[in-house]
Write a protein that binds this ligand. Structure first.
Ligand code: GLP
Length: 250
């Protein structure tokens, strides 16, 4: 069994972030030209803080790294404080030595989302694919913005967000009506093509989704369950997120 297919439960979100930042730093030291897939949301914020700390202390360099993000809200300009472009700059890119031209995030303002999605897939192929994709999970089991109902073969595309996701993510907006109803997201097939996947989840509001991802039948009802088809997908969660399925973890 590959080390990367392990399921690991750690005490709290800080331990999860430290673990994830070590995995990513190891990846960069093995290959400084790595193509990293990245995620947004509250969960990876601490991982990015840990990565920035390591960068400041000289433990990782991003000068040759290329990054690809999972998704972007449709309709939000890159300078909008709620956009994932803005998030990535605030939490990571502004603090490490990555050239802006080495970062890739879907353009949420495109007037042609079909072309944008097709180009996104082509750009990932041109990069040689993703070496390691850091991902989170929604409370309804979504990964990126692949909501329940998404198929195994889905590719980068424009999607409609579920009411659950809109209401979960509304905490980051002034009011619920401000949350975009659509997003451009990498598909399940896009994600599964990464060489390695590192899923992180913390907090009790993720425990049902983690349980479903690991124990329900693999299928569109819980998009994260498709990760079980990947030979090198590591789940790293805290005790609260593992509640109810502790025996899935070491
Ligand atoms: C958003 C993102 C997902 C992320 C999810 C969970 O919907 N598109 O990539 O996994 O939020 O976010 P959080 O970590 O804030 O719970």
């Amino acid at each position: 069994m590959s080390v990367f297919s392990q399921k690991i439960c750690l005490k709290n979100r800080i331990d999860v972030a430290k673990f994830a930042s070590n995995v990513i730093t190891d990846q960069l030291s093995v290959d400084e030209n790595s193509v990293l897939g990245l995620a947004t949301g509250s969960t990876p914020e601490q991982t990015y803080r840990e990565l920035v700390k390591k960068h400041i202390s000289g433990q990782n360099s991003w000068s040759q790294v290329r990054t690809v993000n999972l998704d972007e809200y449709y309709g939000l300009d890159r300078n909008n404080p709620q956009s994932y472009h803005h998030y990535m700059h605030v939490h990571l890119f502004n603090h490490v030595d990555i050239p802006e031209c080495n970062t890739l995030i879907p353009d949420g303002t495109t007037s042609d989302p079909v072309a944008e999605a097709r180009d996104y897939e082509q750009k990932i192929v041109a990069l040689g694919g993703i070496d390691l994709w850091l991902i989170g999970i929604g409370s309804n089991g979504h990964i990126a913005f692949n909501e329940p109902g998404s198929s195994r073969d889905s590719r980068t595309r424009l999607v409609r967000l579920s009411n659950k996701t809109i209401s979960d993510n509304s905490r980051l907006f002034e009011k619920k009506a401000d949350v975009p109803t659509q997003a451009l997201t990498a598909g399940i097939a896009t994600i599964l093509e990464a060489k390695k996947i590192l899923l992180i989840a913390t907090g009790k509001n993720k425990s049902a989704a983690i349980n479903a991802a690991l124990n329900n039948p693999i299928g569109p009802d819980c998009p994260a369950s498709f990760l079980r088809l990947h030979p090198n997908c590591m789940f790293v969660v805290d005790e609260a997120a593992a509640r109810g399925c502790r025996n899935n973890f070491r």
